[in-house]
Design a protein around this ligand. Structure first.
Ligand code: FAD
Ligand code: UDP
Length: 364
């Protein structure tokens, strides 16, 4: 077999590059995917009851980038869902991220937004040097909030306390003084109206794109001649674990179908201190699907299973740097995406990085 371009992995990174090659260069491209479907971790499907669910955990699209939004809008319409999360603390459901109502409910107060700012600054240790995720929270909101909302959730999620993790992990969740209870404030947010799989299907509707599913690229790559390989799988696997295995956190996503139309008061409820799971998602509240049953999922973080989250700690960064050096020396291979760059990318960031890669390394 001969292809100018071969892409390993049919996630948002691989499919974006495939779509650009097929449409803008009018070249043939082969995408090799280990799983039985395209879409990578963003994949969704209708489970037995007919409710649309996200197989690898809830995915909410949000971005400040018009470029990212416009690009995907060629392949899907959107619902205008604005993500809201509640968190279960001491028997109450409070808004997350921390905002004015969270503080008022937690401390049984009735503060204005200005007073909330003063209150939080009063309990925060603002002089603290930011070296870890623990420092991020304590410097903005103090020990009590850290303990109630972040410390134990993070331990469940990462099997490490925030004090052991890079500041970037918890910095993903803001601490606000105002009344905005949305999880993200990005200008563009929503869910693809007919789902992610449908959107990805539209992206690859081209005679130029051939997709080989259920195939680990190592089984076939020896038989394929190519000019350029774009690799979006785990970087350590590519190099046969030469320097040892990189750590990835995984999630056991457990689905339950409920014989009721409405299960919980928000699409996502976090459980920082109770149970072994981190959060419960009710999919219909994201997708706005009408159905007389509902499906939820509970997320149990684990070290077993598919690689999901690169682990942002120094030892892993150093190990990754060794692989990166080898990757940079690989002439006709480009490494891209969450697993190959060992980076905690959101969908929009993965997409933008793929567009950039196409512009700078493929369409040249
Ligand atoms: P992936 O989607 O992981 O795709 C890589 C593909 O490569 C996979 O399909 C894999 O099967 C394939 N592959 C791997 N090895 C091989 C091999 N040897 N041979 C062939 N194929 C191979 N982002 C958001 O913006 N919003 C969210 O709400 C959000 N929620 C998330 C929730 C969870 C639980 C997780 C884990 C991630 C979430 N993300 C979210 C991030 C989002 O999943 C990633 O940004 C996105 O999946 C990155 O796409 P990718 O193509 O780089 O990687
Ligand atoms: N986090 C937390 N408590 C929460 C929500 C998040 O401690 O209620 C921490 C946790 O370490 C998590 C990180 O903040 O991994 C980023 O949260 P986000 O919701 O962005 O995680 P994701 O959706 O990517 O799993």
């Amino acid at each position: 077999m001969q292809y100018k371009y071969v892409i390993v992995g049919a996630g948002i990174t691989g499919l974006t590059i495939a779509q650009k090659i097929a449409s803008e260069l009018d070249e043939k491209v082969l995408v090799i995917e280990k799983r039985g479907h395209i879409g990578g971790n963003c994949y969704d499907y209708y489970e037995q009851s007919g409710v649309l669910v996200h197989k690898y955990g809830p995915h909410i699209f949000h971005t400040t980038s018009k470029r990212a939004y416009d690009y995907l809008s060629q392949f899907t319409k959107w619902n205008d869902y604005q993500h809201r999360v509640l968190t279960y603390v001491d028997g109450n459901l409070l808004p997350m991220p921390i905002c004015a109502r969270t503080i008022n409910m937690l401390y049984n107060l009735n503060l204005s937004t200005q007073e909330v700012e003063g209150f939080l600054k009063g309990v925060a240790d603002s002089s603290r040097e930011i070296k870890t995720s623990e420092d991020v929270v304590i410097s903005k909101a103090g020990e009590y909030i850290y303990e109630k909302f972040f410390r134990h959730y993070t331990k469940k999620q990462w099997d490490m306390y925030p004090s052991e993790l890079d500041p970037s992990v918890i910095s993903r969740v803001p601490i606000r003084y105002n009344t905005d209870e949305r999880y993200f404030t990005d200008q563009y947010q929503g869910m693809p109206s007919a789902g992610y799989a449908h959107m990805f299907g539209n992206m690859v509707k081209s005679e130029n794109i051939k997709i080989l599913l259920n195939t680990d690229y190592k089984e076939v790559i020896g038989d394929i001649e190519y000019d350029k390989l774009i690799y979006t799988g785990p970087i350590d696997y590519f190099f046969d674990y030469t320097f040892g295995k990189l750590k990835y956190r995984s999630i056991d996503v457990v689905f339950e179908t409920k014989d009721t139309c409405d299960y919980q008061p928000a699409s996502v409820v976090n459980y920082p201190n109770d149970y072994d799971f981190t959060r419960i998602t009710e999919f219909k509240k994201l997708t706005w699907q009408k159905h007389d049953k509902t499906v939820i999922c509970k997320e149990y973080p684990t070290w077993e299973g598919d690689p999901y989250y690169p682990v942002p700690i120094d030892a892993q960064k150093k190990l990754y740097a060794q692989y990166k050096e080898k990757a940079d020396a690989s002439k006709n291979v480009v490494f891209a995406g969450r697993l190959a760059e060992y980076k905690y990318y959101n969908m929009d960031a993965a997409l933008l990085s793929a567009l950039e890669l196409f512009d700078t390394q493929i369409n040249v």
